[in-house]
Design a protein around this ligand. Sequence first.
Ligand code: UD1
Ligand code: UDP
Length: 362
Amino acid sequence: MKIINICGARPNFMKIAPLMRAYRQHPAIEAMIVHTGQHYDEKMSDLFFRELEIPEPDINLEVGSGSHAAQTAEIMKRFEPVVIEQRPDWVVVVGDVNSTIACALVAKKLGVRVAHVEAGLRSFDRTMPEEINRLLTDAISDLLFVSERSGIENLRREGVDGDKVHFVGNVMIDTLRSNLEKAERSSILNDLGLEPLRYNVVTLHRPSNVDNADSLGRIAKFLDVAQQDLPTVFPMHPRTRNNLQKLGLADRFAAMKQLRIVEPVGYLDFLKLMGRAAVVLTDSGGIQEETTILGVWCLTLRDNTERPATITNGTNRLVGNDPAKVIAAYKECRKSPPAKTMVPEKWDGHAAERVAEVLVSG
Ligand code: UD1
Ligand code: UDP
C-alpha cells in the first residue's frame, strides 16, 4: 500500500512525524513524503525534520510563497505529475493550510483516495482562509480522522457519511508527548536569561492580526503592558516580521525593552519555552492544544477557535485583540496558575497509530 504524505507549512511537520513512525509498524505500508515547499526558511522547515527525526522528503515541489490562488494553483500543477507517476493508494493530508486542500483536490480528481488528519475542526468563520481549506478538504476526503469530539458533530451536521469518520485523537499531541523529555534538556531559558514562570511567550501570524496597521497597533498596546510586567519572548513568524517593516511598526515593537523579538525557534526549544511560561499569548491553532496539555495559560488573540476542547478542558481563553480585554484577561491569569486540565479524549500520544491501523485495515 503506497501512501503519499503531504506537508508544506510549519504545523504540518509536527503532524506527519508521528504518522511516519506509526507506518513503520506496518510492513505493508510504503510511505513517501512530498513537501510542497510552502514554508522554506531553515527555521520554518528543515529544522523540524532534524529535530523530529522525520525522513527527508522524497520530493520537494519548491512552490514557495504567493497569493492564495497562485500558491494553491502552483502546488496543484506541480503535484499532479507526481500522483500520475507514483500511483499511490492514498494521499494523506494534515491540517488546514493551502498545501492541504491543493494536494487533496489533485489526488481526488485523479481517482486517488484522500485521508484527512485533523478533520472536522470548524471555527465557523469563513473569512479565515484555513476554514475554507478545512471545509473543502473534508468535503472530498474518503477518510476523515478527527482529533476532538466537536469534529464528529461538525461532520455529521455537514452530512458526511459516518463510516468515513474515525475519532483517533490528536497527532500533534503524539509529537508533544514523545518529545517532552528531550525538550527538558533545551538550554533556551538559560540562553535567553529567563526564569521559569517569570516570562511570557507570544506568537502571532494570522492575517486578521498581522496584515493591517490597526490590529498591529492594538497588539502593540497590550504587549507593552505584558512586557512591563514580565520579559516577553516573541519568536516572530516571517509574515509578521515582513508586515511590521512594511507597515512602519517595527520601531514601535523594538522600543519595548522587555519584548524579546527573536527568530522562530525549533520545536524542542519552543516546547521548553511554553512549558515554563507564565502566560502564552497566541493566535496559533496548535499552540492552543499544546498549552492545554502543558497546563499553561493560553490567551488566544482571536474571536473564535476551531478547537473548543482547549477551552472546555484546557487552559485556553479567547480574548480577541482589543487591548482592554486582553489586558484584563492577562492580569487575571497572572493572579494564579490555571486549574488542572482534563486531558481531552484520546490525546494520549497514540493517535497516529490509530490512523495507521485504519489505513491498513481499510
Ligand atoms: C500558513 C498557513 C496557516 C498556518 C501557518 C503556520 C495557509 C493559508 N496559511 O500561514 O494556516 O497557520 O502557515 O505557520 O496555508 N514566509 C517566509 N519564509 C517561509 C514561509 C513564509 O518568509 O519559510 C513569508 C512569505 O513572505 C510569505 C508569508 O510568510 O508570503 C506567508 O506565508 P504563507 O505560507 O503564505 O502563510 P502563513 O502566514 O505562513
Ligand atoms: N512552534 C515552534 N517554534 C516557534 C513557534 C511555534 O516550533 O517559534 C511550533 C508550535 O509548538 C506548534 C507549531 O509550531 O507545534 C504551530 O505552528 P504555527 O503556530 O505556525 O501554525 P498553526 O498551528 O497556527 O497552524
